[in-house]
Write a protein that binds this ligand. Sequence first.
Ligand SMILES: NC(=O)c1ccc[n+]([C@@H]2O[C@H](COP(=O)([O-])OP(=O)(O)OC[C@H]3O[C@@H](n4cnc5c(N)ncnc54)[C@H](OP(=O)(O)O)[C@@H]3O)[C@@H](O)[C@H]2O)c1
Length: 257
Amino acid sequence: MRIAVAGGSGTVGAQCVDTLRARGHEVSILSRRAGIDLRDGSGLVQALDGMDTVLDVTNVMTLSRRRARTFFQTVTTNLLRAERRAGVTHHLILSIVGIDGVDAAYYAGKLAQEQRVLNGDTPFTIARATQFHEFAGQLLDTQRGPLALLPRTLVRPVAVHEVAERLAMLADAGPQGRVADLIGPRDEVLADLARRQLRADGITRVVREVRFPGAYGRCLASGRLRGDPTGNPGPVYGRTTFDDWLRARRRDNAPPR
Ligand SMILES: NC(=O)c1ccc[n+]([C@@H]2O[C@H](COP(=O)([O-])OP(=O)(O)OC[C@H]3O[C@@H](n4cnc5c(N)ncnc54)[C@H](OP(=O)(O)O)[C@@H]3O)[C@@H](O)[C@H]2O)c1
């Protein structure tokens, strides 16, 4: 199959590209680094010529509801429009578990993306996953200094390679609409993940939990981002725990002997 991965240079995108290639697919990457800005969409019809599937794992780092909505709506509209002209038959996206009704901050953008896909012409699959194991570290990276403030919440983090495997399997399967959520193997306190990661990296920093205000804060505090094990269809579970991931990360980053 010929598959274009929008965001194929990102955290999950790069692993999707490797996994899809290992399964024998012909894969191309759509990203600014690869010469395509999906916000303006120029050159997209040519880039999608001959493609069967578009996997969209693009991202924007923002907590602004307006910026997130504008980004995901624009990118999705441009992709779907070009797909219609190029004859693409499957649009597959990665969204986030538990965001229904959370029209706030970043999640407003993801809901808007899902809505565009649901209303679009290309047959689609919407796959959701919980936060990646990298999530706590990404939040730590957004703050400087000896004190880091993390939202008070339970999460169920999942390994990026397992997300990539699931997306590759869904690309093979063809359009299926909304599919079962992929959730991590264990409930974790987000601030504890940050503390364990700092300890593993030998970094001294104080992590405090705070309750974020508004709809975003309520969503985080509720723990709903962990997903609903009793949902229908029930979730698919990842196997790699956060501590497995930390150990593998330490092994990979260890200097050669
Ligand atoms: N992180 C999580 O915990 C988590 C959990 C569940 C679902 N997700 C979803 O997974 C998706 C990917 O997340 P990620 O953390 O892997 O993202 P990421 O590492 O930030 O990567 C984002 C990708 O999007 C590309 N991109 C950004 N702006 C672009 C533009 N204007 N035109 C073309 N390409 C653009 C980037 O490449 P260039 O910079 O080269 O353009 C990069 O390849 C997101 O949609 C997110 O909502 C994430």
